[in-house]
Design a protein around this ligand. Sequence first.
Ligand SMILES: Cc1cc2nc3c(=O)[nH]c(=O)nc-3n(C[C@H](O)[C@H](O)[C@H](O)COP(=O)(O)O)c2cc1C
Length: 317
Amino acid sequence: MTSPQWQDALEAAILAPSPHNTQPWRFEVTGDQVDVLLDESRVLAVADPGGREARMSCGAALFNLRMALRSQGLPVHVWLTPDADRRDLLARVRVSGHLAARADELVLYKAIPRRRTNRRPFRDDPVGGDVQMALRQAALHEGARLVLLVRPQRYDAVSTLLRFAENSQRQDVGFQDELLAWVAEDPDRLDGVPPLASGPPPLIEPLVLLRHYGSDGDKRPREYEQEPLLGVLLTHRDDARDHMRAGQALQRVLLTATAGEVSTSFLSAAVERSASRSALTSVLGEEGYPQAVLRFGYGYLPPHTRRRPVDEVSTCL
Ligand SMILES: Cc1cc2nc3c(=O)[nH]c(=O)nc-3n(C[C@H](O)[C@H](O)[C@H](O)COP(=O)(O)O)c2cc1C
C-alpha cells in the first residue's frame, strides 16, 4: 500500500457529510492499516451532546474510504470499535491482496465527489418505485433499515413532528448560537456551512422545514415541493458500533441517490432531542432506533461545501 493510494482514499473519506460540516474525524495510517478516530473537539455540544451524529459522520467517512480502496482493487477488512478502552477509536481498516472492484462499488465511488446536501426546493416529480427499492437495499446492505414514508399512512404525523422539532430548534437560543458559529460567511473557511448552501425562504409554509444557515441576503422566496419523499434510517441498537453502521448505511443511501440523480437533504431536528426522538419512534411504530431523517427529490444543485485538507486530519506513523 503506497502513500499515493492512501492519499486517494483519504481524499474520498473527507468528502463525507457531517452536522454543520464539523468534519469530526482523524485518520492514522500505519503501513497497510488506517485507524478512523473521532475528533472529540468537533462534537457539537448542543445539537449532539452524546456524539452520536459525529460517530455517524465518521461512519460515512469510513464508507467512502472503503469504496475508494475497493476502486483500487484492494480487499478491505474492517473492525468497528476495536478497542473497548479507546472511545475515540471508531474503526480499524486493513487492506491485503487484490480483488477487482465490482461494478456497483465503482458506481458508488464515482458518486462520492458529486454528492452534496440540497436544501433547495425540489420539483414535484415523484421518486420512482425502483429508486425507492434501491435506497432501501442500500441501507439493508450496511445492516440498517430505511423506512420510506408515503402519504397518507404515517406521513402526516411524521411531518408534523418534524416541523415541530425544527421550530423548537429555531427558538432555542443555545442551538442557534452554536449553529451561527458554524455559518461559514468567510469564503476561505474550510469547515462550517456557507449561506449559499441554504435554500431560499419559502413562499408559503412548506410541509417540512429545512435548517437555515445565515441570512437570506438577496435570495427570492420560492415555493417548495408539496410532498417530499421522506425516509427514516433505523438501527437495531443505539451504541457506538451501531452509530458507525448507521453512518455507513447513511452514506450508501446518499451515494445510491446521487448515482440515480436524486437529491437529498437532512431533517435531523427530530432525532437530535430525546423527547422528539422517542415521539418519532412511537409515531413510526417500527422496531429499532431512528438515526437520521432524510428528504429525497429532484432539484437544482447547490455548490459544494469545503473541507479541511487530508494532511490536516491525518498522520502517517
Ligand atoms: C448526521 C448528520 C446530520 C445532519 N443534519 C442536518 C440537518 O438537520 N439539516 C441540514 O440542513 N443539514 C444536515 N446535515 C448536513 C450537513 O450540514 C452537511 O453534510 C455539511 O454541511 C456538509 O455539506 P455536504 O453534505 O453538502 O457535503 C447533517 C449531516 C449529518 C452527517
